[in-house]
Design a binder for this molecule. Structure first.
Ligand code: XUL
Ligand code: CO
Length: 433
């Protein structure tokens, strides 16, 4: 084990704590709607932001100094192992039940596909040992098909079939690694599956490539007996000007087109929902209604900047809206709450990483508990039911325009508008949050 987080004790729940490294609201064992809070929230730490991200922005490079950023004893694999040790050191402090990774977060880039694969095997052996020794479980694994220059024009949607092949082979190894570690989901985020300009893009071809690629992923996962959930993570743009997996509605249409709507669900990220011009709760409610709600990436964007700042959540009412939709949909099954969030680049200290997660876990716990209390009260749901009560027993939807016209005339139907009661319902909401 490393001593990167030396001097930081495991985080405990203490509602009266006065320090900033205790949970005041997240008591893993608290029972909420008949389930432990830990089992509702299913928190995960994201390897990339916490351990691999160097603190750069478009105007400046690395600000964080982590011992594993340089080669250790002249060896990039030794550095990767130190990084894994530091990760499990942090997991032991936080006590969260899950983590997530991309291949590129955990192993250094090799000279070719074979070396990438052997390095992934070696590091996942080490991670597997740490997991067995009492570490958290794997919520999901994924392949980074967007950082390396070979992917600059896309992975599955690349004009060069060799890139498609390299990406497909890489995803195979990442599904293997996810299964080896008992991962509960496998995620595909198509960061460069989109275009920079239509002037050089054959949109029809690229979408077909993406459809076949996803079908191959599903076929392979089922063939090897991976019984986790396969998730697409929508995002409208960034790094591409336009990403094909724009939002939940677009992904659903895509899944239907390729007959995959029963096979693949979505991993919805707060910041991506906002970039798409929606709210987080809109994306969650729509996915639940379409039967494809899988998991969430919890974070927030700065509302002024208009880009994907991936900050830790700090807004309890917003988070409560999201968990209200998750709970209304029956809660997570294989999914969970992955903190796809990174420190600000001035937050240099190891303790900043701990404080960021502690605060975010508390914000989520407050949001979920408020949402659960409101849902259990039935107040909103009763109002919603009452609003649609006129449809109970109605045969209108199996009728036709002619018959309906005759009925409206015969019965003298003349609808009287009724209040939507929005402000009263907002008042109900605010009594709980
Ligand atoms: C990028 C993003 C990714 C995915 C996994 O915006 O959210 O980190 O979550 O590839
Ligand atoms: Co994400």
């Amino acid at each position: 084990m490393t001593d990167f987080f030396e001097g930081i004790a495991p985080v405990r729940f203490d509602p009266n704590a006065t320090d900033d490294l205790s949970f005041r609201h997240y008591d893993a064992d608290e029972m909420v709607m008949g389930k432990r809070l830990e089992d509702h929230l299913r928190f995960a730490v994201a390897w990339w932001h916490s351990f691999a991200w160097p603190g750069g922005d478009p105007f400046g490079g690395q600000t964080f100094e982590r011992p594993w950023f340089a080669d250790v004893a002249g060896d990039t694999m030794e550095a990767a192992k130190m990084k894994a040790d530091a990760a499990f050191e942090m997991f032991a402090i936080l006590g969260q039940p899950y983590f997530c990774f991309h291949d590129a977060d955990i192993r250094p880039e090799g000279a070719d596909f074979a070396e990438n694969t052997s390095r992934l095997d070696e590091i996942t052996d080490l991670i597997g040992m740490r997991m067995e020794a009492g570490g958290p479980k794997l919520l999901w694994g994924t392949a980074n098909l967007f950082s390396h220059r070979r992917y600059m024009a896309g992975a599955a949607t690349n004009p060069d079939p060799d890139v498609f092949a390299f990406a497909a082979a890489t995803v195979k190894t990442c599904i293997d690694a996810t299964q080896k570690l008992g991962g509960e989901n496998y995620v595909l985020w198509g960061g460069r599956e989109g275009y920079e300009t239509l002037l050089n893009t054959d949109l029809t071809r690229e979408r077909e490539q993406a459809g076949r690629f996803l079908s191959m992923v599903v076929e392979y996962a089922r063939k090897i007996g991976f019984d986790g959930t396969i998730l697409i993570e929508p995002k409208p743009q960034e790094p591409t000007k336009h990403q094909y997996d724009y939002d939940v509605a677009t992904v659903y249409g895509f899944l239907r087109e390729y007959g995959l709507e029963g096979e693949v669900k979505v991993n919805i990220e707060q910041g991506h929902a906002i970039l798409a011009g929606h709210s987080f709760e809109h994306e969650l409610a729509l996915a639940a209604s379409l039967g494809i709600l899988g998991s969430i990436d919890m974070n927030r964007n700065d509302y002024q900047s208009g880009w994907d700042t991936d900050q830790f959540p700090d807004n309890v009412p917003e988070v409560a809206r999201a968990y209200y939709e998750v709970l209304r949909a029956g809660g997570f099954t294989t999914g969970g709450t992955n903190f796809d969030a990174k420190l600000r680049r001035q937050s240099l200290d190891p303790v900043d990483l701990i404080a960021a997660h502690v605060g975010a876990m508390d914000v989520c716990a407050r949001g979920l508990k408020a949402a659960a209390a409101l849902l259990a009260s039935g107040e909103l749901e009763a109002a919603r039911d009452a609003r649609y009560a006129g449809w109970d027993g109605s045969d209108l939807l199996s009728s036709d325009l002619g018959a309906i016209a005759a009925r409206v005339e015969a019965e003298g139907i003349n609808p009287a508008p009724r209040s939507g009661r929005q402000e009263r319902l907002e008042n109900v909401w605010n009594r709980y949050v």
